[in-house]
Design a protein around this ligand. Sequence first.
Ligand SMILES: [Zn+2]
Length: 188
Amino acid sequence: MSEIYTGVKFKYIRLGDIQPSEEVEYQAQNISKVLGELPTDCSSGSSGNISVKTEGGILISSSGSLLKNLLYPEHFCEVVSNSDEKRIRFFGKDLPSSETRMHLLIHEKRVEIKYCLHIHTSNITKLQILNRFPITSQFLSYGTINLAQEASNNLQSNDIVILRDHGIVIVGEDLVSIFRESVRVSSL
Ligand SMILES: [Zn+2]
């Protein structure tokens, strides 16, 4: 049931290469290490995306990168925009994830969380039938404001949301916990 990927849907301004800092480097390498352990099933299809809050904005995986094989610096972007800005301003070699607006909005609404992980799971239909987690009311196209709003609204009172017929989003303060939860949920 996967939608055909046609590239990012936002306008953007590329500010240059990623600005190296201890924080950015540490976060990128930690993310690469932890997500490198993802079972193949969790990173199927066009993969997903991950973001972490930084001092200047968010560090997010680049568009088209594979969660299981994230290299620093080429597969990371630092986004310094707010969710409501017309153009996404970022540092990085490639474009930031097509779901950048969703990540920005989630971080704005849940200021206490540090990480946001979105993956595509092969058991999505089963997850919807099990009905253990909030689910978006309908299928919403990737990279759209509607998807960003519905996902972030559901995440105000939960740490996980199912994007109907698409995938899941998990948020939290600890990357390893989010990683474990995503593996658990995708094997229900
Ligand atoms: Zn997706």
